[in-house]
Write a protein that binds this ligand. Structure first.
Ligand SMILES: [Zn+2]
Length: 258
């Protein structure tokens, strides 16, 4: 339930905290008069040697959110992959993970998934993989199928257009336990769903499309869709209280394609 905190409220609180600590850490100087001069305002960035901020990391923190092959790339309806038909360099088989025959991920994400699957299984919360890397052509076919079935407006809330899918990065998996919870919010209440909500960040995975996040992400809740960002980023994101990677990185909301 830690993911349910109000990310904007938390960010605001963190900003206040930063402002306060900046004041306390400022060098002693003449006592300010009733109206401090502009040059006495606390510095916007922390002084050299100060503790790095760990509450509101943004694109300024040095994460590469744009290069398609970056582990921290942010792909949204407003941020397509460049090029649109990007293909990751190294894709490895997920045959060692239940359901993973014929599915692929980048090796860094695959290694983490193998460890997470083993630990989940040992905890009585085993899962199967439904989907991993999807090419531009795969995504075009799947999105087209949803458009034909539901119409474009609804299809856009459950499936990405080709070139706009996190699955095309090779860093994203969909999980399920049985056919009943496959691609369904029911997954969240399975033992596996509960376990990954609590532990996925330890392996470097975050939930891309949280409950109530559609105004930010443009997608309905997908508790089964996990994006690999690396354990450091995943744990920092969780600690920050931001519910989505795009908010954590300070990237604009993407309720639609704009
Ligand atoms: Zn997915």
């Amino acid at each position: 339930m830690r993911r349910r905190v109000n990310p904007r409220g938390f960010a605001l609180a963190a900003l206040f905290a930063l402002g306060a600590s900046g004041c306390q850490g400022a060098p002693a100087g003449p006592a300010p008069s009733s109206a401090p001069a502009p040059d006495r305002q606390p510095p916007v960035s922390a002084p050299a040697g100060a503790q790095a901020t760990d509450h509101v990391p943004t694109v300024d923190a040095g994460y590469d959110v744009t290069t398609a092959s970056s582990v921290t790339v942010v792909v949204t309806k407003r941020r397509p992959l460049e090029p649109l038909d990007y293909v990751p360099e190294t894709l490895v088989s997920l045959a060692g993970v239940p359901g993973g025959d014929g599915l692929y991920l980048r090796s860094d994400a695959a290694d983490a998934l193998v460890r997470m699957a083993a630990d989940a299984s040992a905890a009585g919360a085993g899962f199967r993989v439904s989907s991993g890397y999807r090419s531009y052509a795969d995504q075009r076919a799947q999105y087209g199928q949803y458009v034909a079935q539901y119409g474009r407006a609804y299809a856009d809330t459950i499936s990405a257009r080709p070139g706009y899918s996190e699955h095309q990065t090779g860093l994203t998996v969909d999980l399920h336990v049985t056919e009943e919870d496959r691609g369904s919010a029911v997954f969240a209440s399975t033992a596996a769903g509960v376990w990954v909500a609590e532990h996925a960040d330890e392996y470097g995975f975050v939930e891309s499309y949280p409950q109530g996040g559609q105004a930010v992400t443009g997608y309905r809740w997908e508790p089964w869709h996990l994006r690999y960002v690396g354990a450091d980023v995943a744990s920092a994101m969780r600690a920050s209280g931001h519910a989505t990677l795009q908010e954590f990185m300070g990237v604009e909301d993407s309720p639609d394609y704009g």
